[in-house]
Every structure is written in C-alpha cells, then in structure tokens.
Design a binder for this molecule. Structure first.
Ligand SMILES: Nc1ncnc2c1ncn2[C@@H]1O[C@H](COP(=O)(O)OP(=O)(O)OP(=O)(O)O)[C@@H](O)[C@H]1O
Ligand SMILES: [Mg+2]
Length: 226
C-alpha cells in the first residue's frame, strides 16, 4: 500500500476579487522508501502542495492519506499531534531556535511533546553520525555554517522517526559542495533507514538522484518518470 496518497487536491487563495489557484486538482501516490523530487517554476505551487501533504495547511478540496489516515479530516489539535508523530519538515530557511544549541534544537520535537529522551539515544547517535554533526552539538546556530545549520534542521525533522520527510529546497542556500553533501546525506538516510523523501528542488543534480520527478506547472502536476 502507498505510504502517501493525494487525491484531487485543490488550494485557492482569494485576493480581493481575484482567486489564485495555487494547486489545481493534484493526485499522486508515493510508495514507502521512495525519493520524490518536486520541480517547477517559481509560483507553480510546490511549497503549497507539500505543506498540504505534511498537514501544515488545509486544501479547499481533496484528500491526503498518510499511512491510510486522512489528514484533511483532522482538526488543528489532531493535526498538530499527528505531525509531531508522523511528519518531518525542513523549511528552506531552517528556522532553528537561535538561543538553543544544535543538540537542543535537534531534540525539540521530543522535548516539546514531553517524550522520554532516553528512548531516542540510539536514533540521535545514528543521525548525528550520518550527518557528521558530532563535534558541533554544543554550538549555537550562529556558530554553525549554513550547511551545518541545514543539517541540524534535517536531524530535528527526523529525530522522531517520521513516516515521510518533506524538505522545501533544503539545498537552496548552499554552495555546490555543501549542496552535494546534504544530498549525499539524504540519500544515505533513504538507503540506511528506508526514509521516504519528498524534496522540492531547483537543482538538477538533486532531482537527478530521485526515483521519480514530479513537475509542477501553474498548479498542475505532471509525473516525469526518470
Ligand atoms: N498565503 C498566500 N496568499 C495568497 N497567495 C498565495 C499564498 N501562498 C502562496 N500563494 C500563491 O500561490 C501560488 C503558489 O505559491 P507557492 O509558494 O506554492 O509556489 P512555489 O512553487 O513554492 O514557488 P517558489 O519556487 O518561488 O518557492 C503563487 O501564485 C503564490 O503567489
Ligand atoms: Mg516554494
């Protein structure tokens, strides 16, 4: 069974008397362990689509099932709890807490939900190892490079074993070397942890490694099988 199913998603924004259709009747299925790259021009609806799939935003119509549960039928409280358990999200501008160390930032989804940190010790060790962050854990975000901050935000998105990792242009602010580094690490996660990945990217090298590329154009999605 597919891990993520989207059916006939429509998202419209009203601005005065104008209606903008950001996502226009989009449907797809993603299998467990797949790496999907989402590409397309600026304003084509990529961020809107993945935020709906991650339960961060509600569509006007359509459904999203993650592991068989319909996100669009949940209220805000249920969604919040569900996201904390099932979804990891990496924002383009990483959104780390500036006065928390790297370690405190990574553990935030657990501390915020009052989870027992002891149970996540091995997970933390593995993520820190794969991401090469072991000697940076006590640093503040301001003491880290852009690439390291992005890795901290990826570890934070993954610490609670999310079913799907969504990342919105995770390499957008990085130079080529750092970008390939982050990509290599994501592919390591896919291989070692069978992590399902949905990554919005403008970078053909990042998309080139995907199992499938979804091309968004003016709110409409075309699957391009690579
Ligand atoms: N909160 C909002 N209110 C009104 N319009 C919005 C809002 N968010 C997005 N839009 C519009 O929806 C469309 C899709 O935006 P979206 O951010 O999803 O595009 P994108 O493909 O992620 O673009 P980019 O590559 O520049 O990040 C755009 O026309 C945008 O102006
Ligand atoms: Mg965007």
């Amino acid at each position: 069974m597919a891990i993520l199913v989207a059916q006939d998603i429509i998202k419209q924004y009203k601005q005065y008397d104008r209606v903008i259709t950001a996502v226009n009747q989009v449907s797809f299925e993603i299998e467990e362990g797949e790496y999907i790259a989402v590409m397309g021009p600026s304003g084509s609806g990529k961020s809107t689509l993945i935020q709906i799939c991650a339960g961060l935003d509600k569509p006007n119509a359509g459904h999203v099932w993650l592991r068989g549960q319909d996100l669009t039928a949940m209220n805000q409280d249920e969604l919040c709890r569900y996201r904390g358990k099932m979804v990891g999200f990496v924002f383009q501008e990483h959104r780390l807490v500036p006065y928390y160390t790297a370690l405190e930032n990574i553990l935030l989804p657990l501390t915020a939900a009052g989870r027992d940190l002891e149970q996540y010790r091995e997970r933390l060790r593995k993520l820190v190892d794969i991401l090469g962050l072991s000697d940076r854990l006590n640093h503040l975000p301001s003491e880290l490079s852009g690439g390291q901050q992005q890795k901290v935000s990826i570890a934070r998105a993954l610490i609670h074993y999310p079913q799907v990792l969504f990342a919105d242009e995770p390499t957008g602010n990085l130079d080529k070397a750092a970008s390939l580094d982050v990509l290599g690490m994501m592919l390591g996660l896919k291989k070692e942890l069978k992590q399902t990945l949905v990554i919005v990217t403008h970078d053909p090298d990042v998309a080139g490694k995907a199992d499938r590329v979804f091309l968004m154009d003016n709110g409409v999605l075309t699957p391009k099988y690579s």
